[in-house]
Design a protein around this ligand. Structure first.
Ligand code: G9O
Length: 226
């Protein structure tokens, strides 16, 4: 499989966003800031570069369902790496006049594929390669749209660990300090067919902060092993 996006013949990631939102008291509308974002990719993009999965083993648990075990079980073409440059430059909700009310941290993602299945998503947040939070979610039942099934995990609340992590990160004065903290912070997501437990996608996320004027960026790689 040599596409330019995160996906296989069974499941493809269409969109991914982690955001903070607050209700504005003046105009009663929601203001959203995206920390990270993956847009639907045009199919004209070049094929993805490959990163050797062994280079990132130590950033995740290896055994007991960790990255090495998962990759051993395969299928290898379902493994991807995303480097995010997160945009943390937004006014602190806490600093807004009127207090902290109405702040929501969430993640929304969308996938598509040819099979109607029950999609489960496990997320492992890791610090120094050790899992600190694990979350298991099930996508909404898929709906049929333009000849394929669409799966959504909408507005899943970010866990307290991640909210506190982002808040603390933002108190650091310089990008290099934030980046050195982020060197030891990773997230692993595994998507499976809930009934058969077949692994459909495995995505490893690593992070830096974006230079403030550039906004959120990302780069996607395939994970390989010769
Ligand atoms: C620099 C930090 C940016 C944070 C981006 C967060 C990406 C979120 C990926 C999904 C994680 C879900 C796991 C979980 O526990 N959610 O609460």
């Amino acid at each position: 499989w040599h596409g330019s996006h995160i996906g296989t013949e069974t499941l493809r990631l269409v969109e991914f966003t982690a955001f903070v939102e607050r209700q504005s008291e003046q105009d009663a509308c929601k203001q959203q800031h995206r920390f990270v974002h993956i847009d639907p990719t045009p199919t004209t993009e070049p094929p993805l570069e490959v990163v050797d999965v062994r280079q990132i083993y130590d950033k995740f648990p290896e055994r007991g369902g960790g990255l090495r075990d998962l990759y051993d079980q395969g299928p290898p073409h379902a493994f991807f790496l995303v480097k995010f440059w997160a945009d943390l430059s937004f006014p602190l909700p806490e600093e807004e006049p009127g207090g902290t009310g109405g702040v929501f941290y969430g993640v929304s993602s969308r996938y598509e594929g040819p099979r109607a299945l029950t999609l489960s998503c496990t997320s492992k947040v890791c610090s120094f390669g050790k899992q600190v939070v694990e979350k298991l979610e099930t996508a909404e039942p898929p709906h049929w749209e333009d000849g394929r099934f669409v799966f959504q995990l909408q507005r899943s609340p970010l866990c307290e660990y991640l909210i506190n992590f982002i808040r603390k990160l933002r108190t650091l004065p310089e990008k290099p300090m934030m980046d050195s903290v982020l060197e030891n912070f990773t997230i692993l997501q595994v998507l499976r067919d809930q009934e058969t437990q077949e692994l459909l996608l495995c995505v490893a996320f690593v992070f830096e902060v974006s230079a403030s004027e550039r906004g959120a960026q990302h780069h996607i790689y395939r994970l390989g092993r010769d």
